[in-house]
Structure formats: C-alpha cells, structure tokens
Design a protein around this ligand. Structure first.
Ligand code: PLP
Length: 218
C-alpha cells in the first residue's frame, strides 16, 4: 500500500477519534525489508523508521543517514544489555525497555555519554510468558524506578497477543500511562493502527502495510 494511503488512513483515524491532526507519528518499520523499498519511502520524504534488531540497524542506517538528512530511528525490538551502548549511539528512541536491569544499564550509559534516546517502557499487557515487557501489575513501580534513574521516559509500548482484540490491550496501556502522567503511547501495527489511534496512540509502528510482506529469511 502506498505511503500516502497509510498517512491518509492515519489522518482519518485522528479525525474520527477527535484528535488533533498530526498528533500521531508514523514509524515505518523497515526490518528485514530490501533496501530499495526503504529508499523509495525515503524519497517520498518520510524520515521516521523503526528497526527491531540493533545489528540489522547498524548494518543499514549509518550509510542511509549519510545520504538522507533528518532521519529519526526508533528501536522497537528486544535489547540485550551488551548491545545497549551501540543502540544508544544509533537511535533516537528505544521502545522496548522491559526490565530493571536494562533500565539501569541505559541510565549508567546515559551518564557516561551525556545523552540518552527517548525511552518507552514495554508492557506485556497480555501477560504472555514468551513475550517481553513488564507485567501490568508491576508497571507503576517500574515507571517510578525509571524516573528515579532520570531516564527520559516518554511513554509506554505494547504488542497485544495475536489472537485477542487489540483494543482491550490498547485501552489498558492508555490507562496505565494516564495514571502515571505519561503522554506517549507506542501501539498499533499494520493490522490495527486505526484501533490504536482510537485508543490514544501517539506512535504507530507500521511495517508490512507500507513496504509489503517481509521476504522470508534467506
Ligand atoms: C515488526 C514489528 C512491527 C510492524 O509489524 P507489521 O505487522 O509489519 O506492521 C511493529 N512493532 C514491532 C515491535 C515489530 O516487531
């Protein structure tokens, strides 16, 4: 689907939800996509991209940042503590801070580096054992801990269980954010970004709807 269709759908969803035009940022998720599809989107003027692996982002984005001005990169996938510095050197936001150990590592590195990407805390709203994220019942404490570490916490992120109605999870995430005075909500993907916007998403992470299906791993 062309980028312009997605941005039109986002604008329509903002209006339908009574939200200000432009209140939702579109993160184009470029993971595993061939580079020509990414440069096509860059050539249309889009500048906000998401990757879920540090190594893949390192392989691709330094060169693209040389060629295109104003790129804003978001890490949306799991982050190991030993890759935290590399991630912080490359990206503008990390959406997947999901445990105290990682938060402490990032805080220490931020002291050292004198700068820190925007931080989103990942909440496992479906309480799925295999999924990353802090449990909803532990979210308030985790948010407080990250704030005491002076991390620039901008909001919360979730990935709803595939087989459940995502709106319930988006609403839960919005509720946890509201009671903690957090305004950022990173939620909504190709199949459900309009429902996420209805529940207050400020950042939608859309991959395949923009770029097409990701090619199978070689
Ligand atoms: C891959 C991915 C997306 C985008 O998924 P699509 O269904 O292709 O839109 C969004 N968020 C995260 C965390 C992802 O890993």
């Amino acid at each position: 689907m062309p980028l312009s269709d997605i941005t039109a759908r986002i604008a329509a969803a903002e209006t339908a939800a009574g939200r200000a035009p432009g209140s939702v940022r579109l993160i184009a998720v470029s993971k595993k996509q061939p580079e020509d599809r990414i440069t096509a989107v860059l050539d249309k003027g889009h500048r906000i991209f998401g990757e879920n692996r540090v190594q893949e982002a390192q392989g691709r984005w330094p060169a693209l940042k040389e060629r295109y001005d104003g790129i804003e990169l978001h890490l949306i996938g799991p982050l190991q503590t030993n890759k935290a510095r590399a991630a912080m050197e490359l990206v503008d936001a990390i959406h997947s801070v999901d445990r105290p150990k990682l938060a402490r590592t990032i805080a220490r590195l931020a002291q050292d580096m004198g700068t820190c990407p925007d931080i989103f805390l990942q909440v496992n709203t479906g309480e799925e054992p295999q999924k990353a994220g802090i449990l909803p019942s532990e979210a308030d404490d985790f948010i407080a801990e990250c704030r005491s570490l002076e991390l620039p916490v901008k909001g919360l992120m979730c990935i709803p269980p595939v087989e459940e109605e995502p709106s319930l999870h988006f609403a839960l995430l919005a509720k946890i954010a509201a009671r903690n005075d957090l305004t950022g909500l990173s939620m909504g993907m190709s199949s459900d970004f309009e429902r996420a916007i209805a529940q207050g998403a400020t950042h939608v992470r859309v991959g395949s709807a923009i770029f097409g299906e990701r090619p199978p791993a070689a």
